[in-house]
Design a protein around this ligand. Structure first.
Ligand code: MET
Ligand SMILES: [Zn+2]
Ligand SMILES: [Zn+2]
Length: 427
């Protein structure tokens, strides 16, 4: 198919998308939506723009299948990217410069404008080859993933539009893989962003006394660090994968009495705060973690309070009864086997399925009991998401399109075996 569609045009479309500055906190969502709608038009896909919150468009595209009664395929991606520190990049992060080795430098080149465009390029090829899907294929390009997805994926997953789509499987982002095997994720950790606050009597900087805010906070920090070490040790010993333990990292400290020259030195402050990014695997006992926070990390007996904010999700993956559930990767989940076969057919290799160590919008679909697979086809690539000099090699990008061509073909033509359908009727 490459000879019909020159690689340079494919790369140039990817560059155009990368050049739209959709960095938080002021993403150019309108520009990105217009670009995507124009692409959709050139592919004769049906399109609509959903705006659950003004100024935050979600572009929804559809390639209708021949049997719309079958559950549909959702090819999901987010349009926003994380901020950059311009001066720390070797090439401007929104120029999409290609170096002599073919590396495309841009914020979003891995996370995850690559995937969004690869879906579209794969569809361009399938359409050119005369392929017709059986299942409906949807593509959504959503805002705000990097700030929690509340005005994007969360509202979308709750909407009537989404219910009417009758989605059977969601594909969302994964991670680059430094080896030749693609990474693939069947679950993810949930973000809990915890702020703990200590209060205590202020005092002279020279006085030794108990229960100062600083002392109270530090007792907590020591306890948190012990827990962190216990989790990290399991990973270091090879007993657990990164996505299988609870991670907790201190991300801010806020305390002290400001003065025009810095901080007052001879005064012990009456308040002190610390923030932690916690990631909770689907298998974790969340009640016990909450108890740990309330009783050991921020106990009222030490004059402490805590806030988990809007990010705490108690049931990262649940079944229809609200019980924690780990999605299956075996034969009971046909999508996983189909993906593996499709990737092999296109000349790729898949590694062992893992739990995504960070978080993605897929959790909003998983929480509704839908299977979601995290997959970004980038092998032989350093993991650079959220890093300086994020880049992706153009040859690897093109290979990814082959993968999606094969996957979309397999997924959208999959029809459950008739014998299974009839056994359903017998029940
Ligand atoms: C807290 S929502 C998720 C944002 C981002 N994907 C992360 O894992 O940090
Ligand atoms: Zn990200
Ligand atoms: Zn992402």
């Amino acid at each position: 198919a490459d000879d019909q569609l020159p690689a340079s045009a494919i790369i140039s479309r990817f560059q155009q998308y990368l050049q739209i500055n959709t960095a938080q906190p002021t993403p150019l969502y309108r520009v990105a939506a217009d670009f995507l709608l124009a692409e959709a038009e050139s592919l004769s896909l049906q399109s609509q723009t959903l705006e659950f919150v003004a100024g935050k468009p979600l572009v929804l595209l559809k390639w209708p299948g021949s049997d719309p009664t079958l559950p549909s395929i959702l090819l999901y991606s987010h349009t926003d990217v994380v901020p950059v520190e311009h001066h720390k990049w070797s090439h401007p992060p929104f120029e999409a410069h290609v170096d002599p080795d073919g590396n495309i430098y841009a914020r979003g080149s891995q996370d995850m404008k690559c995937v969004g465009m690869q879906y579209l390029e794969a569809i361009r090829r399938l359409k050119a080859s005369g392929f017709n899907p059986v299942r409906n294929i949807y593509l959504s390009f959503a805002p705000d993933e990097e700030i929690g997805g509340h005005d994007g994926a969360e509202k979308f997953a709750d909407s009537d539009v989404f219910k009417n789509m009758n989605v059977g499987i969601v594909l969302d982002e994964g991670l680059a893989s430094p080896s030749e095997e693609y990474k693939m994720f069947y679950g993810e950790r949930c973000p809990w962003w915890l702020v703990i606050k200590a209060t205590g009597p202020p005092g002279h900087g020279a006085k030794l006394y108990d229960n100062s805010a600083m002392e109270n906070l530090f007792k907590s920090i020591e306890t948190v660090r012990k827990f962190r070490a216990s989790q990290f040790d399991l990973v270091k010993a090879g007993l657990k994968a990164e996505g299988e333990v609870i991670s907790v990292n201190m991300v801010f400290l806020k305390a002290g009495t400001p003065s025009p020259t810095g901080f007052v030195m001879n005064l012990q402050p009456s308040e002190a705060e610390a923030g932690f990014d916690i990631r909770v695997p689907p298998t974790a006992d969340v009640e016990s973690l909450e108890r740990r926070i309330a009783e050991e990390w921020a106990p009222t007996s030490r004059n402490m309070t805590y806030e988990l904010g809007q990010f705490k999700q108690k049931t990262p993956v649940t079944d229809n009864f609200g019980r924690p559930r780990v999605p299956t990767t075996g034969s009971s989940n046909p999508w996983w086997a189909l993906l593996e076969k499709a990737v092999q057919k296109a000349g790729g290799k898949l590694g062992k399925p893992e739990i995504f160590p960070a978080s993605t919008d897929a959790r909003y679909f998983r929480n509704q009991g839908l299977p979601a697979i995290g997959f970004s086809p980038m092998a032989n690539t350093p993991i650079l998401l959220h890093d300086h000099n994020e880049h992706l090699n153009q040859a690897e990008y093109l290979k990814g399109i082959d993968m999606y061509e094969s996957i979309i073909k397999a997924y959208s033509s999959y029809v459950e075996h008739p014998s299974k359908e009839s056994s359903k009727d017998e029940l």
